[in-house]
Design a protein around this ligand. Sequence first.
Ligand SMILES: [Zn+2]
Length: 478
Amino acid sequence: MARTALRVAALAAIAALSVSAGWAAGGINGASAIKAPPAQAFNWDKLTQEATALLAQYIRIDTTNPPGNELGAARMLREKFLADGIPATVWQPAPGRGVVAARLRGIGKHTKAIVLLSHMDVVAANPKQWQVPPFSGEVKDGDIWGRGAIDDKGPGVVELMAMLAIKRAGILLNRDVIFIATGDEEEGGRNGAGWFVDHEKQVFADAGYLLNEGGGIVQTPGHHRFFEVSVAEKTPMWIRLTAQGPSGHAAVPPDETAVTHLTAALSKLIAYRAPVHVIDPVRDYFHAIAKLDGGPVEFNHLARALRKPAYRKDFLLTPRYNAMVRDTVTPTVLGSSQQTNVIAPTAYAEVDCRLLPGEDPVAFLGRIRQVIGDDTIKVEVLLNFPAVSSPRRSILMNAIDAVAWHDGHETVVPTMIAGFTDSHYFRADGLVAYGFVPMELTVAQEHTVHGINERIEVKELGNGIRRMVELLRFAGGS
Ligand SMILES: [Zn+2]
């Protein structure tokens, strides 16, 4: 279906919604007439209060990963669903680890379900650096504070509360909505989403779409608000280099050692710059930014602009831009002897490489070996999976379009993120997955993610629930 047709469908859906009394008929999927409750069925203030209390409680369950220990959080979320009569189940992928899923039934017999994905585990937080204890869930100055408030417990609460709100309002969507909260995302997801996709696939066998972290409502450099939706992610290629050499006393060193071999290899790797390549979602992203901000003109035709050496040099100085147009190679872990005066027989380095979607991992490894130019250095792959992108047109993007339009006639910009999320496990399984959390974050708030003083505005948590309810109604045809 053409983009314009989707846009027209979205607008038609909005028109149906805005005739507030008559939500009954139609919707995007042409669902049969459903008696919808009046708008006052949603008490947003009350839902926001309830969500605030829930998020505070959720933050107080310490799910720092490692070790994760998400089981308590999974059980708490299950109880919340069960209290409202929504069936929910908890799994234990490994002792103490948890996954929880819940299903809000719709009336669609042949429509594909939507998965709302989030993760329960969080990264570590050093209380000494924080203004409030990071696992307190304290509500202060209109914000809910704590590790996970944004990444990713807040978004999980928005998804959960939206499902409860729809159920309580007696709305029957034209498709099922499946909530899945996993653990272990911050460590790669093998004991979370990876385990779930491998072992409990039947839980989401009827799903066609998925929403996850990775995008949201943000601002351009020129302070124009837009809806950023990630449709693609770079893929990690984590490698370990191991060098060998003679061992001995450092007082009588040989000419070359494992350490000197390794550092020579690393110097070459550090100097290496992968070719610049502007993939379609990245091209479109910069084009959209230029349109919103009225420039810079180079963003209109980024690939062409990057052929000019001066502009290219300037552009690539911004680390995020650099990461969006090329593969990156970043040594992060080093190891060899534990003692200053001992020459160890081995030295190793771990290197975090990130590849653009479409890059051939085997060819990339070949290039890395060529750059190092030393066959005695062993190169092992620690982590890699295929990069699968999601199509930019779908019923789900259509619903996001509709919410954006409703929210101030905002633009939806599909893009690629430099990091990776649990979405890849589900994309590989055929789901159309988008990174989009319907909450607005400032750059300063984004910096608290994996940083200090992570917090989310109470008001924005409520807005998130309201937008998520809208989104599900647009996508669910009621
Ligand atoms: Zn996250």
